[in-house]
Design a protein around this ligand. Sequence first.
Ligand SMILES: [Zn+2]
Length: 229
Amino acid sequence: MNAFIVRLQYLMLANEWSNMDHIINGVLSFQKNIFPEHQKLFDELATQQSPEVLFITCSDSRIDPNLVTQSKPGDLFICRNAGNIIPPHSQATGGMTASIEYAVAVLGVRHIVVCGHTDCGAMKGVLNMDALEDLPHVKEWLGHSRSAVEVAKVLGQPSGTTQLKRVTEENILQQIQHLKTHPVVASRLATGQLQLHAWMYDIETGGMCCSDGKSRSFEPLEGFYQSLG
Ligand SMILES: [Zn+2]
């Protein structure tokens, strides 16, 4: 009987592992093929980093910041959470607050990108908070985005744009405002040492749109940065 239970446990474990097969094989392939190809880069990064950009985005599995920006290890200091939310500065210490403080004050990043995305589950949750009764932590966290819903409500949305997209865009702009409440960010902005970027990624098309926050509209990245000169 005991042998049967042990065998059953082994089968259950093997089944659980099988779901990880492609991830485990990926690590082995990385170690065997990719790492040696970039040995010089990893040697340089072994004991130091100096990223220029703090990249804040959603935890959504469909976004790969390094892939989308075609950047390498060491280029982006990345913070991810549900809804790419940055709580306003307070005396309470949280992971986002500490990461922002470290990235700006210690690593000296020159740019912070807040990147939201289409079809965001967190933003769907913000639009239907009543459905989150059984997820108290999610509900509390998404409370940092409620003002995006209110702004989108009073301003309405251009034809051809969904309420979800509009709220997602407003949320990005709201989180940029929250960023500015962090003392380390405010001080670097005041001295021109830091720039903030509001980005919206389209999962379906690979498109990236940006906003300066003044017009509240988002324009394609290429034209946006050209127009800034
Ligand atoms: Zn999301």
